[in-house]
Design a protein around this ligand. Structure first.
Ligand code: ADP
Ligand code: ZN
Length: 628
């Protein structure tokens, strides 16, 4: 803002440089141009011309002789010879002659050209390059003596995001509202001697609204909002990231009270490795961040919010009191949360009368806020494609499936045999699920191929969120996973590749039961695996001896096999139903849970089933999709 004049000054400077360069080029190049036009002759020719008195003017230069003849004004040159009588003979011939003194002409100019100008040019190029680099980096660097290429990190809070725009996440909002209150009324806190935490770490899976929450804090408190991604600090040159951190804090302190938001802080905040080959730049940046956070007093009004989905990879120094000492979990939304998020985003589109968000939320178990927003948008796009003016329930239901399983493949042509196989496979899943107690009811079965590669799927939807799952339920789920393959075996006596996804999921679940949930008699309550990134897929590391690993593998196979056998037995016992349902699905391609149940219970009495209501911290998969 205060540097509005500098561009003009800079521009003038560049003009001077360019003009000087042109001048120098002229000065240096002129002799060469002239030189090129001079014809070269032998020394003997020159001597002969002297004898014949044809010479008009001679110029003896340091390395050659340039002369003109009387009858034309062309210039000639010839090499120098050790010829002491030359002057005498020239004098006799009546020619005028001089010794060249150009080289010594104007020593100041030549000094300027030889020394000052090149330096100026290099300086100008250096300036230009560093400016280019810093423009790309978006930052300001002391290293290049740059004077105020301020980073554009200041985002006015006029975006107007408020807590009401962030649905669900009530615990996070409650936690953050204290900070809003502090920013509104810092005296209240300072009079009693309470210091606000300097840093708050928002942790949770991607797309759960961490950025939104940070913006909402700024919006609610009506203070400036500085936002920068952790990766933006990591620069090509060591030291630039650190200088960016310094800059960020300088600006923030000027604008206090304000919110500084660092997204994906794990990009710089990763545990510093002890080895010498570590990432220097990252560590310097992190050190600078730590220093800056220590540097300002508790009550300056600068609050730093940071988001990450890999909290366990953060450097402990970052998490100690006085830095990011408060941690706010931003978890995947529960059923109610999903419904609320759908409602918030539903306001942006024209909805049909009959839209029931509760059902959509139930179908979209495990979806993040970002995915739910996407579901609404996909639904709206589908409505446009269908030429409707409002978004219907079917649009939304279909878009849940699109987000989870991909688009319907319009031109995938399955052979008749394949279609039969898929129909049996899916009914196998559904039937095994339905024949066991404590399984989520089947909502939909389809054998329309999807772009994700699934040839069909069975959707089960739980009545409500489940926070703990019993061993029996897990075993039943395993049986359901194997049900597809079991049906193929029972019907065709042959197995296919269609069960690949089921196998993957079953293995993962069985492994978790043994290594993490302590559900095998052999290992009791001993953890054999630890989860690494809870928020990012949750890959695991084995924490046991090689001998134990072998045993685990054996137990996993036993567990899956037992359930697979159970599934086969169930299907064999209900062979007629299997055939009947598969034929029906083959015919209709997509059937609802109700249709399925009607056929299944055609002559049986219905079994009532009461889902238990228990809550605990770790939610598990609620809706299962048996893809393919
Ligand atoms: P994160 O920073 O956790 O990865 P974002 O805050 O960037 O996630 O959220 C991405 C998008 O998802 C938002 O722009 C918003 O549309 C949607 N979203 C996520 N969580 C919520 C929520 N709780 N309420 C409303 N919208 C949400
Ligand atoms: Zn399957």
């Amino acid at each position: 803002m205060q540097e509005m004049k500098t561009p003009n000054k800079k521009l003038a400077f560049y003009y001077v440089i360019v003009i000087a360069a042109i001048l120098m080029f002229n000065e240096m190049a002129r002799p060469y141009f002239e030189e090129a036009q001079i014809q070269q002759v032998d020394y003997s020719t020159f001597m002969q011309a002297i004898d014949e008195k044809k010479i008009d003017h001679v110029e003896v230069q340091s390395n050659q002789i340039v002369f003109t003849e009387k009858d034309d004004d062309k210039k000639y040159k010839t090499g120098l010879m050790n010829d002491p009588n030359l002057a005498e003979r020239l004098d006799k011939s009546g020619a005028t002659f001089t010794q060249d003194i150009k080289a010594e002409a104007n020593p100041i100019l030549s000094f300027f050209l030889a020394w000052i100008l090149p330096i100026l040019i290099f300086f100008a190029i250096g300036q230009y390059m560093s400016r280019k680099l810093m423009d790309r980096a978006g930052g300001n660097s002391m290293m290049f003596g740059g004077s105020g290429n301020q980073a554009k990190i200041y985002v006015p809070s006029s975006e107007g995001i408020h807590f009401s725009d962030v649905a669900g996440e009530d615990e996070a909002k409650e936690n953050l509202s204290e900070i809003v209150d502090y920013l509104h009324n810092p005296q209240k806190y300072s009079t009693i001697g309470a210091a606000m935490p300097k840093g708050v770490l928002l942790v949770g899976p991607p797309g759960t609204g961490k950025t939104m929450l940070a913006k909402a804090v700024a919006g609610e408190a009506n203070v400036p909002f500085f936002s920068i991604a952790g990766s933006e600090f990591v620069e090509m040159f060591v030291g630039m990231g650190a200088s960016k951190v310094r800059d960020l804090f300088k600006q923030a302190k000027e604008k206090a009270p304000c919110i500084v938001f660092i997204d994906e802080i794990d990009a710089i905040g990763q545990k510093r490795s002890g080895n010498l080959m570590g990432n220097d730049e990252r560590e310097q940046t992190l050190n600078q961040l730590l220093t800056e956070m220590d540097g300002f007093e508790g009550n300056t009004g600068v609050i730093i919010l940071a988001a990450t989905n890999r909290p366990d990879s953060l450097d402990p120094a970052l998490l100690r009191p006085g830095r990011f000492d408060r941690r706010v979990p931003v978890e995947l939304p529960d059923l109610k949360g999903r419904e609320d998020i759908l409602k918030v985003h539903g306001k942006k589109v024209k909805l049909d009368e009959g839209v029931n968000f509760h059902n959509i939320a139930r179908m979209a178990a495990g979806a993040s806020g970002a995915e739910l927003a996407n579901i609404i948008n996909e639904g709206a796009l589908r409505a446009v494609r269908g030429g409707r003016s409002t978004v219907t329930q079917t649009d939304l239901e279909e878009s849940v499936e699109v987000v989870i399983a991909g688009y319907q493949k319009k031109n995938a042509i399955l052979s008749d045999k394949e279609k039969h196989t898929v129909a049996y496979h899916e009914i196998g899943h559904a039937l095994v699920a339905a024949l066991q107690t404590h399984s989520a009811p089947v909502q939909k079965i389809t054998i329309i191929p999807r772009t994700s590669g699934a040839l069909g799927y069975t959707m089960q939807v739980e009545e409500q969120d489940k926070y703990i799952v019993t061993r029996e339920e897990l075993e039943n789920k395993l049986a359901t996973f194997t049900g597809g393959r079991a049906a193929e075996e029972v019907k065709f006596g042959e197995i296919s590749t269609g069960a690949a996804n089921d196998i993957e999921q079953a293995t993962k679940m069985a492994r978790a039961m043994i290594t993490r949930y302590g559900m095998s008699d052999e290992f009791d309550m001993v953890a054999m695996e630890t989860v690494n990134n809870r928020y990012l897929g949750g890959d695991t590391t084995l924490a046991c001896s090689a001998a134990t690993q072998e045993k685990i593998d054996k137990r996993v196979v036993e567990l899956v096999r037992a359930q697979h056998d159970k599934a086969k037995k169930l299907l064999e016992e209900n062979r007629e139903k299997l055939d009947e349902l598969a034929a029906y699905l083959y015919e209709k391609e997509t059937i609802t849970g109700d249709e399925f149940m009607k056929i299944l219970h055609a002559e049986e009495e219905e079994k009532a089933e009461g889902p238990e209501e228990q809550r605990s911290t770790e939610p598990t998969e609620k809706t299962s999709y048996n893809l393919a």
